[in-house]
Design a protein around this ligand. Sequence first.
Ligand SMILES: [Zn+2]
Length: 271
Amino acid sequence: MPELPEVETTRRGIEPHVVGRRIRQLLVHDRRLRWPVDPGIATAIAGRVIQRAGRRAKYLLLETDAGTLILHLGMSGSLRVLPASTPRIVHDHVDIELDSGQTLRFNDPRRFGSLFFTTGDPKSHPLLRHLAPEPLEDEFNADYLWKITRRRAVAIKQLIMNSRLVVGVGNIYASEALFRARIRPRRQARSLTRQECARLVRAIKATLTMAVKVGGTTLRDYVGADGNPGYFRQKLYVYERAGKPCRVCRQPIRQFTQGQRSTYWCANCQK
Ligand SMILES: [Zn+2]
């Protein structure tokens, strides 16, 4: 499933191809995404210029002079920039044809993706209005993590993966960030010290930033997300490394199941 770094990589990948471009036409080949695509979008968006390619959580925002397209890649969606004449393949559901002769093509085998259009402020759209802070923005800081952990007995790993508290910290990045912060995944959230909160915030930001950087530089022809962490995998400290030596202390990495997801950690490095 595309996580925040993959979506940000996609945003950076498509940005130079779409910003400043006029939309020639939007073609919906199959409306049956997670929610049916409104056929009226095509009329609303035709002839409009894309002014900005933004992102909020895992939503891509294509802002035009008439309104904003809100696109979610779902579980299996990807975007590719192709010459508009490229024959479609199976699961190519939407084309956003540009005046450059290229098309932004959305492919989604499992159809959990979605496409909406809003003429208002996209951040007030029902899908985006109640989203928690972005992990890479300043509002996600040690004070904030300190505050939200005080009364919560839940394990810290599950807390940082709770999208009502902070968006976009998926399973891989949660395990990695806790290793970097030297905090055990099962610790009760409220047991973290102020200093540990600060360390964990820094670790989350560093982990996600590196994932975006690596995704952006090694997946050159990939402007979409295939769900794989790509070359980031080679740099992982603990994720899917059960039994292998810790890169810091050489003790074997351990694994257990937490909230139905695999968690990886080093019993020696993490307290
Ligand atoms: Zn270790």
